[in-house]
Design a protein around this ligand. Sequence first.
Ligand SMILES: NC(=O)c1ccc[n+]([C@@H]2O[C@H](COP(=O)([O-])OP(=O)(O)OC[C@H]3O[C@@H](n4cnc5c(N)ncnc54)[C@H](O)[C@@H]3O)[C@@H](O)[C@H]2O)c1
Length: 371
Amino acid sequence: MTAPESRPVRIAVVGAGFMGRQHIDFIRASADAELAAVADPVAPSEAFECPVFEETERMLAAGHMDAVIIANPNVLHVDTAIECLEAGLAVLLEKPIAVDFAESRRLVDAVARLGGRLLVGHHRRHHPAVARALTAIREGELGQLVAVSGVWSARKEDAYFSEIPWHSRAGAGVMLINVVHDLDLLRHLCGEVAEIQAMRSSHARGLEVEDTMTLNLRFESGAVGSFLASDAGVSPWGWDQATEETLAFPFIPDGVAYQLMGTRGALSVPNLAKYAYDPSMPGDWHSPLSRTYLPVAPRGSFAAQLEHFVDVARGAAEPLVSAEDASRTLALVEAGAQSAERGTTVDVARFRAELSTARASSTRRDEGRER
Ligand SMILES: NC(=O)c1ccc[n+]([C@@H]2O[C@H](COP(=O)([O-])OP(=O)(O)OC[C@H]3O[C@@H](n4cnc5c(N)ncnc54)[C@H](O)[C@@H]3O)[C@@H](O)[C@H]2O)c1
């Protein structure tokens, strides 16, 4: 059932930790949404001025909701999302969609089987600067895209790892927690990645998961890219510092997360500084280079994402980030992990096909065992 237009969409939140509480604030600030319930085993029952449940199952049984935002630990994402889709709710599932590609396919299949409405929380795609950058690329304002580079680096506090144990175990790490956003956005802006090379390091924190990594990318278009990420290194560079999305980060005005280079111009994102040679000159490296800022109406990604989710819940929009799309981002993350492990270049389409084949045969084996 889709939510009616006549009243705010009643949204429950599963997992009221760091991210869940931010979603709650955005729901409260929206005229089109209403906080219906919270499910979290450790949330105090008086904290949210709505019914609070220790278990998602009980919350779903109590009803009175149209949609759910899931912000629990990554390992629970797929089972929780399927449970909520089976209850007929529209779902906004935090990224990453799952802890691995095989698991994400279970959800892709469930969405298809149930005709479910599921949006994955790669919130940056909703940022107005991203939409404007995409237009610049698609409409040839930069000429042909040649290359892209990017950085996400910020030093997380030690308690992030010591007090929340899942942050330092397999299923987390800077790649799955942070770079997954960048790879999703680079796919969105520059198209599918054909090949990936990665190096990762745990030297700064000494944890089971990596704290720092570097990636080389070859896009299907022929453009190439590089990306550097760390949750141990101090830096002003990265999406979170260049936007005012997450108050936990200092805001760097005119900050840059990505630099796009085309045959006729360059663009940095999200500050949308566009560089081009003087059009009256031959237009090569000896010509003066001008900088102009592409105008865009300011809007935060999370508010825009919630507005879009309301439309998805009402059946008025298709999810901008579908399970299938987010699953491809996860395959790319895994291809990067395999590259880092083996020290090889990974062909992403072949890698995805191999993962799908491996999953199909393991499903057949499981079904055989059940019979
Ligand atoms: N979009 C973003 O920029 C962004 C930023 C941070 C985190 N996230 C994502 O949000 C999710 C949560 O991350 P976080 O940093 O808020 O973690 P967190 O540990 O602060 O919060 C997770 C919450 O889930 C609760 N929880 C645990 N088991 C549960 C269960 N069975 N049912 C319901 N709730 C349960 C925990 O008690 C906790 O309150 C993760 O998937 C993470 O990747 C997204």
